[in-house]
Design a protein around this ligand. Structure first.
Ligand code: NDP
Ligand code: 2IT
Length: 448
């Protein structure tokens, strides 16, 4: 290969030719490679088109049929997948998503991102993602159980504690992980750490449910501290009201922030004076115990409910914690005009490329999910370590390790992302640091 052959355009053209409809995947590759390629061109060992072809081709994709019967006795068919993207630095690791919007493109983008995120944690975990186009909304507990059992009946052939370790993601929380684990155990006659996010009574780690949201707030605080700023007294916008959003809100309140919003796919609530701990508990009860909608929140406490997204509210910090592409260029403009100082992603790829470009142009602090939401998979890594030793660590020990890992990720991003003006480009820093460890492992293993 000639050195000048390494270019983002060549790579993207080739991906688009091969898989023309995988828009989310192309977006993720473009966002990460725009920073890595100029760096790779300065290093002989990385200046190879084949290395980048390696990084964009999943090692394995498994697709399977998931038949299940609804409460009326009618048979339904969904699609299930597991994308085992890259295993060079450890067994495949990543969540499972149940959502009607799941496609192979979405899972490839998530698994690709996971490779870099897991690399940043410093732990031995390769990148994977799985899921189904099954819609859990409005389903009975019996239907969810049946679906999980059918999903695992296929998936169990391909996973194991040293092979591939799934966990939760959108639509897959502790209930679903427990149902999946129960079926894995029945099919394999094995009790091991094949899934993370398990219940504490059967091998789950303390603080795993909290880890993504808590880690996000630790990271946000570190970004602000670089500017002698802090979350104490800051007005915070959160989108989403699921696992990540709930625990981000909890930790932000602990650090003295005022959380003005949360959202779901229907709309958002606006709480003028900031949510109280008790109000957050009411939201958690509504969402986790009753599968309710946020539009019911004004019946519980004093708040406004609006359709749409919360990005027009005046605040200091924005934490998108719902889903991909939920914050676009126009909304980024509104946020910055309203005085936003820091945007940290709890979700995976929630900001569009236009939004991120705007944050860089205005030197607004911005952290990509692969850095700021890595606390979840990092504590999953700690759950794996505990399971391998048949032990369980205290909450204090895990919180300390989580903070250390977020600090180390912050330090690495800052080192690799510092620009001439002093602005830290966390997106560039995370991409380059994640890439170096992964690329070195691939090259040392013979380029595979
Ligand atoms: P949950 O299923 O617990 O919550 C998802 C939240 O996002 C809900 O409030 C949901 O609203 C909202 N949402 C989902 N899809 C859409 C959509 N298309 N438009 C608007 N809102 C939507 O998932 P998590 O909190 O676990 O995950 C949230 C994000 O964080 C995802 O991007 C996930 O990949 C990422 N993440 C999760 C980690 C984890 O440990 N769980 C770790 C790292 C990242 P509704 O209830 O109406 O559907
Ligand atoms: O996107 C993510 O990092 C997750 N959904 C968590 C993955 C995990 O294996 O804990």
């Amino acid at each position: 290969m000639k050195n000048d052959e390494l270019s983002l355009d060549i790579i993207l053209d080739s991906l688009k030719k091969r898989d023309p409809h995988q828009e989310e995947f192309h977006q993720a590759v473009s966002e990460v490679f725009q920073w890595i390629i100029p760096f790779a061109k300065t290093q002989k060992k990385y200046n190879k088109l084949t290395l980048f072809e390696q990084l964009t081709e999943p090692e394995r994709i498994i697709q399977f049929k998931v038949p299940w019967t609804d409460d009326n006795g009618e048979t339904k068919i969904n699609r299930g997948w597991r994308v085992q993207f890259n295993g060079a630095i450890g067994p495949y690791k990543g969540g499972i998503r149940f959502h009607p919007g799941v496609t192979i493109s979405v899972l490839k983008f998530l698994a690709f991102e996971q490779c870099f995120k897991n690399s940043l944690t410093g732990l031995q975990m390769g990148g994977a993602k799985g899921g189904s186009d099954f819609d859990p909304k409005g389903k009975s507990d019996a239907e969810i159980l049946q679906f999980c059992q059918s999903f695992m009946t296929e998936l169990h052939h391909y996973i194991g504690p040293e092979i591939d370790i799934p966990a939760g993601d959108i639509g897959v929380g502790s209930r679903e992980v427990a149902y999946l684990f129960g079926q894995y155990r029945r099919l394999t006659h094995r009790f091991n750490g094949t899934l993370t996010g398990k219940g504490i009574s059967f091998g789950g780690s303390k603080l795993r449910p909290e880890a993504t949201g808590f880690g996000l707030i630790y990271f946000t605080e570190m970004m602000l501290q670089e500017k002698d700023d802090s979350l104490d007294g800051a007005k915070v916008l959160i989108s989403g009201s699921g696992n990540v959003a709930q625990y981000a809100c909890m930790k932000a309140l602990e650090l003295g922030a005022e959380v003005l919003s949360m959202s779901d796919s229907g709309g958002y609530i606006y709480v003028e004076n900031g949510l109280t701990k008790e109000q957050l508990e009411q939201i958690m009860e509504l969402k986790n115990e009753r599968s309710g909608r946020l539009k019911e929140a004004p019946e519980l406490f004093d708040c406004e409910y609006h359709e749409g997204k919360p990005w027009g509210i005046e605040a200091d910090v924005a934490l998108p914690c719902a889903t991909q592409n939920e914050l676009n260029g126009e909304e980024a403009g509104k946020l910055v005009n309203n005085g936003i100082r820091c945007v940290a992603e709890g979700a995976n790829m929630p900001c569009t490329p236009e939004a991120i470009k705007y944050f860089h142009e205005t030197e607004t602090l911005y952290a990509p999910g692969k850095a700021s939401n890595a606390g979840g998979v990092a504590v999953s890594g700690l759950e794996m370590a505990q399971n391998h030793q048949f032990t369980s660590w205290t909450e204090e020990k895990i919180d300390e390790k989580l903070r250390e890992m977020m600090q180390q990720i912050h330090r690495t991003c800052a080192k690799n992302g510092k620009t001439d003006s002093g602005y830290i480009n966390y997106e560039k820093g995370a991409a380059i640091a994640g890439f170096r460890r992964l690329a070195d492992a691939i090259l040392m293993q013979g380029g595979f």
